[in-house]
Design a protein around this ligand. Structure first.
Ligand SMILES: NC(=O)c1ccc[n+]([C@@H]2O[C@H](COP(=O)([O-])OP(=O)(O)OC[C@H]3O[C@@H](n4cnc5c(N)ncnc54)[C@H](OP(=O)(O)O)[C@@H]3O)[C@@H](O)[C@H]2O)c1
Length: 217
């Protein structure tokens, strides 16, 4: 299978690329700094250099063309309102447009729990981020693509456990980036999971079993 990852150098994107390559998939993606070429090459990936803010949908479509699946895992990391809008918002709609231009149907979006950290009374920048992510979910869910929206809870870099809790509604806790990437890889190879919003947290169910349960529902 050929997978194109927007945000391939990110915490989740890079882990996903590594897992997919180890499993024998072809992986491409969008990255913005030539300094990252060596790290990508080290896992056997030759990706496409470009900035999500300035790239035209047609150029992104050219880079994606021939892929079976798109994964959007880019994020501005709470940089500023403008960058959140440009990456987490318009970056998604641009990627949807590019996928359509390239004739690619399958599209995974890494999103966030809309009710993340309600109890913490987060600042206005965080609320804006949550609002932009929700609008991106809506844009993808209204498209005619074969989409899956995956909402991980708060991300940690601790080594993966191989077990998760996955479902249409979960309590927002924490989850390891390794486990998010492994879940995405499993979902990518499970075409029966389609047009679903899934929430993902730490848990005790082995990843293949958790994804298998979703695919049979
Ligand atoms: N942090 C959390 O607890 C949390 C919880 C739930 C969901 N999420 C969401 O999960 C997703 C992935 O998280 P993560 O930890 O993997 O994020 P990350 O490590 O910050 O990765 C973000 C990726 O987006 C890329 N990117 C940013 N601006 C770009 C641009 N202008 N052009 C091209 N690429 C650009 C980054 O490239 P560079 O390497 O060049 O920066 C990087 O590859 C994000 O959408 C985030 O909102 C996060």
């Amino acid at each position: 299978m050929k997978i194109f990852i927007v945000g391939i150098t990110g915490g989740i994107g890079f882990r996903l690329a590594r897992i997919l390559k180890l499993g024998g998939d072809e992986v491409n993606g969008l990255y913005r700094s030539p300094n990252q070429t060596k790290a990508l090459n080290s896992i056997g990936v030759t990706a496409t250099l470009g900035d999500l803010v300035s790239i035209e949908p047609r150029q992104l479509a050219d880079a994606m063309r021939g892929s079976d699946t798109i994964v959007f895992s880019a994020g501005a990391g709470g940089d500023s309102h403008a960058m959140t809008k440009a990456i987490d918002g318009e970056g998604v709609t641009k990627s949807i447009a590019a996928a359509k231009l390239a004739g690619i149907k399958r599209f995974f979006l890494v999103s966030v729990f809309p009710e993340a950290w309600r109890e913490r009374h987060m600042d206005e920048g965080f609320e804006h981020y949550i609002m932009v992510k929700k609008q991106a979910d809506i844009a993808l869910s209204k498209s005619d693509l074969d989409w899956v929206i995956l909402r991980p809870s708060a991300l940690k870099n601790d080594p993966g456990t191989g077990t998760i809790s996955l479902g249409v509604a979960q309590i927002h806790t924490e989850v390891r980036r390794d486990d998010v990437a492994a879940t995405l890889a499993e979902l990518i190879h499970t075409p029966a999971v389609s047009r679903k919003i899934l929430e993902l947290t730490e848990g005790s169910t082995p990843i293949p079993k958790a994804v298998g349960t979703i695919s049979s529902n």
